[in-house]
Design a protein around this ligand. Structure first.
Ligand SMILES: Nc1ncnc2c1ncn2[C@@H]1O[C@H](COP(=O)(O)OP(=O)(O)O)[C@@H](O)[C@H]1O
Ligand SMILES: [Mg+2]
Length: 236
């Protein structure tokens, strides 16, 4: 479904990603783990076209999207839920959701149905639909960021550190929703996490990024027992 082939991405002269390849197949949850500054967000942004790789190629559903504009990439079915949630704090929950559908203008009826679908999945958002997003708790804002991403009906959704700064019980809820999005809605997922244990627990495959390079990759069930991964990322 998504094939990132040997990309290198720079900020000015500084190399943030070097010769990175990764892939996602239909209906899969793939995780990407790595320390702060490893290049995880840069990888997501390279896929979305908000930063452009200097070398390599990105292919989505058989089409080269390496140079395609970001809004067209969203329209073609990929959504990125950025680090730090980034909801529109001055807009209501409802209006945040509506904004999420901007790339695929929908008729009022269809838009309503989409809202209802999100409220079913995230009941707390329904209770708070008229509230300004900035007044929500961190966990609720994360749920809103996820729901807003789903409003464009993606085939592939990429989450950037969705558990960051959330209380453990809320983290469980977020991961539960992410699994539901994958299983119930049939959406492929890329999960970028510093919470390596959680990421490995819910993904089928995982890539470990170190200093802008893929240091390891494999089945999550195998990496979770790997001694190097254990000591470097699982604190064991
Ligand atoms: N906008 C930017 N300008 C310059 N350097 C950046 C920018 N964003 C990230 N970097 C650098 O690129 C490297 C990778 O960053 P990032 O992709 O954010 O890592 P991660 O998401 O894994 O924490 C880091 O060295 C970081 O300092
Ligand atoms: Mg990051």
């Amino acid at each position: 479904m998504l094939d990132v082939e040997n990309i290198s991405t720079y900020y000015g002269n500084a190399c943030a990603l070097y010769d990175v390849s990764f892939s996602v197949t239909e209906n899969e949850i793939v995780s990407i783990i790595g320390a702060n500054g490893a290049g995880k967000s840069t990888l997501m942004k390279s896929v979305m076209g908000t930063v452009r790789p200097r070398e390599g190629k990105i292919v989505y559903k058989g089409k080269d999207i390496t140079h395609v504009q970001t809004h067209k990439i969203v329209k073609s079915g990929i959504v990125y839920v950025p680090e730090g949630r980034d909801v529109f704090t001055k807009l209501s929950v409802e209006d945040n959701l509506t904004m999420g559908a901007y790339s695929k203008p929908a008729k009022a009826k269809e838009l309503n149905a989409l809202h209802e679908e999100m409220y079913e999945m995230f009941p707390r958002l329904k209770e708070r639909r008229k509230q300004m997003a900035g007044t929500l708790s961190g966990g609720e804002q994360q749920m809103l960021a996820i729901a807003r991403g789903l409003m464009s009906k993606p085939d592939l959704i990429m989450f950037d550190e969705p558990s960051l700064g959330l209380a453990p019980i809320i983290v469980d809820e977020v991961f539960d929703r992410i699994q539901a999005i994958n299983k119930r809605m049939g959406i492929s997922v890329v999960l970028v996490e510093q919470n390596a244990f959680m990421a490995l627990s819910i993904s089928s495959r995982c890539y470990v990024l170190e200093n802008g390079k893929v240091a390891m990759q494999g089945k999550s069930s195998e990496l979770i027992d790997d001694e190097t991964v254990k000591s470097a990322y699982l604190g064991m």
